[in-house]
Structure formats: structure tokens, C-alpha cells
Design a protein. Sequence first.
Length: 153
Amino acid sequence: MVTIRPATEGDAPAIAEFNRAMALETENLELDPERVLRGVRALLADPAKGFYVVAEIAGRVVGQAMITYEWSDWRNGTFWWIQSVYVAPERRGSGVFRSLYQHLHDIGEADSGVCGLRLYVEHENERAQRVYEGLGMSPTHYRMMEIDFVIQR
């Protein structure tokens, strides 16, 4: 059975390792372990930045998701951005992400200040897109663009 709970400082090493694994899998980026751990700890220490939830099975963290915030003046509310989603490879396809998502959906929907959930997905990751659409999410009209100062340095 999957249990979803707020992440704590004690989860920081596992979250940082999952983040590094995700960067390697999705973008072929090898991230600095200490920088990632500091980043995870910074978010855990400052709720204004966001929060993490973790999925556990038999007391072991097997998945995670991070929420960050985007103010919408159009809606007079806050979108929760689902980020840093990772499920241990051996647990993929077993409902771990669905449990994480449902938990975030339920607490976001119950909060009148939250106007919706957003996430981004790689164009080529059709499997993930099908999962997100199956959960009721739909593509937007926007394409994401960025400049990454940390990676460029």
C-alpha cells in the first residue's frame, strides 16, 4: 500500500538522489550532488518556496513530487506547479504517481487559494502525457522557454 506524506528534512538525501536520477534520465545531465542536496534542503526549510510530498511503501520512499507556486492575476489565485516528479524504476506503473497526484489534487482542490495544478512534460514522453491526460489534465496553448544560468556557468 502506498502512503503519501509531507517530506521532512530526513527525506532530503533520498529526494536529492531521486532528483539527480531524474535529471540523468530525462536530460542526460549529471547534477552536482551537494548543490542538489542544498536545493532540496532550502525548499524544505522555507515553505514560501514550495513543498515536497513523498510516497512510501513499507516505510521506504519510492516516489516524490514537489510543488512550487505561480500567482495568477487572471484567476486571483495560485497555481501549484508539480515538479521534481520521480518514481523509483521498480515501482513505475504500480500507481505510485497516481497516488501522489491524487493527494496533491485533493489538497489543492480543497484550498480556495489554489486555482489549479500545472506541470510540464517532455514532448516525446507520450507515456507520461497519456497518464496526465488520464488524470484529467489537458495540454495548454503555451510552449515553455527558458534560459538556465546555472547550467550555462
